[in-house]
Design a protein around this ligand. Structure first.
Ligand SMILES: [Zn+2]
Length: 233
């Protein structure tokens, strides 16, 4: 993807997240690595996810400095920069405060593969509990990256969630599906004692459902759905 395409895709990610349960006033942010550069493209501070268009996006370096763009950077940029430094495979980071994942994270329970979406995190969804405050320094960002390890995401106790992926599409979809998995587990646990898929079945389901082909169809659907909302807005 060239820079123009990256900007368009990142703006869609923000708008899709707003539609799919991640809206939190002007809070929450998404970034993407600019290929072959030590730089990232990121949503700026001061805007709701649904307001973001390609021209809002800012360029920052991996030390957390803003390099280009008309708007202020988010103070929690260090979640992004330290994950990119620790995980060369990660191309996109989504950090947000979705209500179900935030409520679920406060319970300190492991996420179970109750719905299909839970199977995405069959290899683990660690809980970051080093602090519940904002991640405003590179030291705290390193702690976040340490908790993430090689996983696809983390819950951040009394704060929110952070989900990563090899592309904007993957990280965005998995952030949306994490919120749904947390919602389903909360619903099921509030009503009784839920059952869940075995570890083996969770792995099989993940491989059956979240193929590159299907992720691409799911992303295209979310883009179409969000375009309609963008037109009406
Ligand atoms: Zn936050």
């Amino acid at each position: 993807m060239n820079l123009k395409e990256l900007k368009e895709t990142l703006a869609y990610s923000c708008n899709i997240l707003a539609q799919e349960g991640h809206w939190d006033n002007v809070l929450g942010h998404v970034s993407v690595r600019i290929p072959n550069q030590e730089k990232i493209l990121m949503k700026p501070h001061g805007f709701g996810f649904e307001e973001i268009r390609p021209n809002h996006l800012i360029v920052c370096d991996l030390e957390g400095n803003k390099i280009e763009g008309p708007h202020e950077r988010h103070s929690e940029i260090f979640i992004h920069t330290e994950i990119y430094k620790a995980r060369p495979d990660v191309q996109c980071v989504v950090h947000s405060h979705p209500p179900y994942a935030t409520a679920f994270g406060s319970l300190r329970q492991p996420l179970r593969p109750i719905s299909h979406e839970g199977s995405i995190f069959y290899e683990g969804l660690p809980l970051f509990d080093y602090t519940t405050a904002l991640i405003r320094t590179s030291e705290l960002g390193k702690e976040v990256a340490k908790t993430l390890g090689n996983c696809r995401g983390i819950l951040m106790k009394n704060h929110g969630s952070t989900v990563v992926g090899g592309a904007i599409q993957e990280a965005t979809l998995y952030a949306i599906f994490l919120e749904k998995a947390a919602r389903i587990q909360l619903l099921a646990s509030a009503s009784g004692e839920p059952s869940w898929s075995s570890d083996d079945e969770a792995k099989i389901k993940f491989e059956q459902i979240y193929t590159p082909h299907r992720l691409s169809s799911m992303w295209d659907y979310f883009v179409r759905r969000t375009r309609r909302a963008m037109k009406n807005g």
